[in-house]
Design a protein around this ligand. Structure first.
Ligand code: HEM
Length: 467
């Protein structure tokens, strides 16, 4: 009968409730009154996020004076926000206030132009060309470690990765024991986001935000100094340029980009962005990889066997023979993704899992929680590099492992970071045994201090012995 058919096949749009009719996601029932969310979140960022998603992939959390935040913890949500519906999820104003108009924050056509201009510096061939500079930076620092040293490895790696970033992409050698002001500034770029930021809107000038402001001013001054050098000795052909500023000044001079895309002001923002994005992430990856190796003797043994088989210190020619090393890094990035949560802001109202997310809402994509979800990974909290030997990567949801983000805005420095991490770990592994002498948490996890990136608590030490 006609009526039956009509009921079974409703006309377009009749079966879908309008987004505006949907209810907002629930406040998690197990986290107390919403007015306490921010203070509890500030005290234990990761534990709070874990508990918040006990019953739902989409939750709403309250922030005083700033309305509600929305947290998403399913790979499909990541895919929508980063790829299929990325137009509805913009970059957050918070980051724009901090980092101005660099690649990390700009959007639309302007992002497109900047990404295209920077692409040659980060393409695989260019990155392989940095390998010698990377090895030099890694060895120059690690050679100073001596048998029996107790080292704050995170601090060592921070210095090492900054040396490498400056010597390669930024085209300026840092002094091994000098350039203190610049090094401190690079570190202080992380003061923009500390857990108290959950309590205070971005325009409140807290002491850590003022530290951030001073750090940014230092990097901008350095940019001006480097720009003056590049102007005095301009690259003749942008295609030959080997560092960020030479490339961008060269493109500008050759009329290859709209001058508005690379004004001096934008170049300053670009430097701050690359210094911020390009070293702390690799630092924490290396620190947690060393922690994981120290705490898993059976993996460490296989890793040492592999690096001992090399004829000498690793070079680019050895990369394909470093499979165990690569899996150690892959698994470290799964358990301890430096960018553990990605912020976005909705540009329009969206429906997620049957809930309404209003336009202009702060959204947080919970990369760490997705990568530790038992629906996608067996024994998700265990460090098991061997899980990556079979078909896992092919079988996984394409956004269940996303330490570098995804979609068109996937990390531009991915190849750079992976090469540096691989070379550093293999170089160090041939020379030293690293023993963890810090204290783990009762559940066996390392002591972490999440801020802008997921870091080890400052000052934790490893014992270094020569092999
Ligand atoms: C293990 C190391 C690294 C990790 C885990 C990492 C992670 C990420 C993630 C998750 C994003 C996406 C951000 C978003 O969608 O909002 C991103 C973007 C970015 N990363 Fe990385 N990153 C790493 C290393 C690097 C390095 C070494 C550089 C530069 C030398 C770099 C430069 C950038 C830039 C400029 C962007 C913005 C790209 C765009 O929006 O087009 N990153 N990174």
């Amino acid at each position: 009968m006609g009526t039956e058919t009509d009921e079974e096949t409703p006309r377009d749009g009749e079966d879908e409730p309008r987004v505006g009719d949907l209810s907002l996601p629930p406040y998690p029932p197990n986290l107390g009154h919403p007015s306490l969310h921010a203070i509890r979140q500030m005290r234990d960022l990761l534990g709070f996020a874990d508990r918040a998603h006990d019953t739902s992939d989409v939750v709403r959390l309250r922030r005083p004076a700033m309305g509600d935040d929305y947290h998403f913890a399913h790979p499909e949500h990541l895919k929508r926000a980063l790829l299929t519906e990325r137009g509805a999820f913009g970059k957050s104003e918070d980051f724009r206030i901090a980092f101005g108009e660099g690649l990390l924050t700009v959007e639309g056509e302007e992002w497109h132009r900047q990404r295209e201009a920077l692409r040659p510096l980060f393409a695989r061939d260019s990155v392989l060309g940095y390998a010698d500079g990377m090895i030099e930076g890694i060895e120059r620092r690690s050679r100073r470690w001596a048998d029996g040293d107790r080292l704050d490895l995170q601090r060592e790696f921070r210095r090492m990765t900054l040396d490498v970033l400056f010597a390669t992409v930024l085209g300026r050698e840092l002094e091994l024991d000098g350039d203190r002001r610049l090094r401190e500034a690079a570190e202080d770029l992380h003061a923009w986001f500390v857990p108290t930021s959950y309590l205070l809107p971005p325009w409140v000038p807290t002491p850590s935000r003022r530290r951030f402001g001073a750090a940014k001013a230092t990097i901008r001054e350095e940019t001006d100094r480097l720009l003056a050098e590049r102007r005095a000795d301009p690259p003749t052909d942008p295609a030959e340029a080997e560092d960020l500023l030479s490339l961008l000044v060269g493109l500008r001079r050759a009329g290859a980009v709209d001058r508005g895309t690379f004004t001096d002001e934008r170049l300053r923002d670009q430097m701050v962005t690359i210094v911020f994005a390009g070293h702390d992430t690799t630092t924490t990856t290396l620190t947690f990889a060393c922690w994981a190796l120290a705490n898993h003797p059976e993996v460490r043994e296989r890793f040492h066997e592999e690096v001992d088989r090399l004829d000498g210190p690793p070079t680019v020619d050895d990369l394909s023979n470093l499979e165990v090393t690569e899996r150690v890094i892959t698994e470290t990035l799964r358990l301890f993704p430096p960018v553990y949560v990605l912020p976005r802001v909705t540009t329009e109202e969206v429906a997620v899992d049957g809930y309404r997310i209003p336009a202009d809402s702060r959204v947080f994509l919970e990369i760490r929680l997705v990568q530790r979800d038992p629906r996608f990974f067996d024994a998700p909290n265990e460090f098991r590099p061997s899980r990556w030997t079979g078909d896992l990567r092919r079988e996984l949801h394409d956004f269940a492992y996303a330490p570098f983000g995804g979609g068109p805005r996937v990390c531009i420095g991915r190849e750079f970071a992976l090469l540096e991490a691989k070379l550093a770990l293999a170089t160090i592994g041939r020379e030293y045994d690293l023993y963890w002498i810090g204290e783990n948490e009762p559940d066996g996890e390392p002591p972490v201090s999440p801020g802008m990136t997921l870091r080890m608590v400052e000052g934790e030490e490893f014992l270094v012995t020569e092999r």
